[in-house]
Design a protein around this ligand. Structure first.
Ligand SMILES: O=C(O)C1=N[C@H](C(=O)O)C[C@H](O)C1
Length: 312
């Protein structure tokens, strides 16, 4: 992490597969280098986008090792997804992760499936924070975990020593987003976890985002964060709308099918394959994403008047 904390665009790396179904490590290495060279602040290994639930233990280690190497080359932080439903097992996983020495932070979901009370979630993260040698980023994604965190709970989590941020993915910009971002604990960063809502969350004060669609337009996403940092509202508004249209297209089908299909179409990964029960993206979703990308590339972002003209 930079000394000022978490900031900017973190790309949750896809797991590329070769034609024989094995993990395409060379393609992953090149992809990781390319997004870092384009302006990603760091990488996330084993985010939802990396299909961690569908990988073997050995494949997961490979993903982390390849991403760690790329981050070392660029002096960029690596966040690693880990943890699950059971508190003690999650604590052991965090210790194992710390043992690898490569993670700057761990992305840990609110315990999925169990549906504990909010006090139970707080107790879970209190235990993890007390035992984890690596800083924690809470992954708040109720539509995946079945466990919704409200603003007071997120604030209480943010005050725990060792909890440095939340990946906020409520599927909308809700009351809790407004409430939380209006009064953040010191040193606690909010990262947008729903690509389509990056711009409004930045407007509310989010520090950046963890965004699968940033594989496809890393520099543009980084530019949006920079525009907000500099108070360049015209640029921020136009870029925000164009990037939201791209993200809408990417998320028209279950992630990461569309992003992988587009990367494969661009020749950046060997195949568009995802593992069952995920299904490959439709041609229609890929075509719509490519067209949103073309529109984005047509923006002349250094010239505000051109930007305004580019608005539909
Ligand atoms: O891998 C991630 O981290 C992300 N996962 C989200 C999801 O698929 O639910 C989407 C977001 O872009 C990043």
């Amino acid at each position: 992490m930079n000394p000022h904390g978490i900031h900017g665009i973190y790309v949750p790396m896809v797991t590329p597969y070769d034609a024989d179904g094995s993990v395409a490590s060379d393609a992953l290495r090149d992809l990781a280098r390319s997004v870092l060279a384009e302006g990603a602040a760091g990488l996330v290994a084993l985010g939802t986008t990396g299909e961690p639930a569908l990988l073997t233990v050995r494949e997961k280690s490979e993903m982390v090792a390849v991403c760690a190497q790329a981050c070392r080359e660029f002096g960029a932080p690596l966040i690693v997804g880990t943890g699950g439903s059971a508190t003690d097992r999650s604590a052991r996983e965090l210790e194992e992760l710390a043992g690898t020495g490569v993670a700057d932070a761990a992305l840990v979901p609110a315990p999925p499936f169990v549906r504990p009370s909010l006090a139970g979630v707080l107790a879970h993260f209190t235990h993890l924070a007390e035992h984890s040698p690596v800083p924690l980023i809470v992954y708040d994604v109720p539509y995946r975990t079945g466990c919704a965190l409200d603003a007071p709970t997120l604030r209480a989590l943010g005050r725990l020593p060792g909890v440095v941020g939340v990946k906020f993915a409520h599927g909308t910009v809700d009351h809790d987003a407004v409430d939380l971002l209006g009064d953040l604990p010191p040193g606690f960063a909010v990262l947008a976890g729903d690509d389509v809502f990056l711009a409004p969350l930045l407007a509310l004060g989010a520090a950046g985002g963890v965004l699968a669609s940033a594989h496809l337009a890393t520099a543009r996403f980084a530019e949006l964060v920079e525009a907000w940092d500099k108070g360049d509202l015209t640029r921020a508004r136009v870029l925000g709308h164009a990037l939201a249209r791209l993200s809408e297209a990417v998320f028209a089908e279950p992630n990461p099918a569309v992003v992988k299909a587009v990367l494969a179409a661009q020749g950046r990964i060997p195949t568009a394959a995802v593992r069952l029960p995920l299904l490959p993206a439709s041609g229609d979703a890929v075509a719509r994403t490519l067209s949103a990308l073309n529109a984005l590339n047509a923006l002349e972002c250094s010239d505000h008047r051109a930007l305004l003209r580019a608005q539909p």
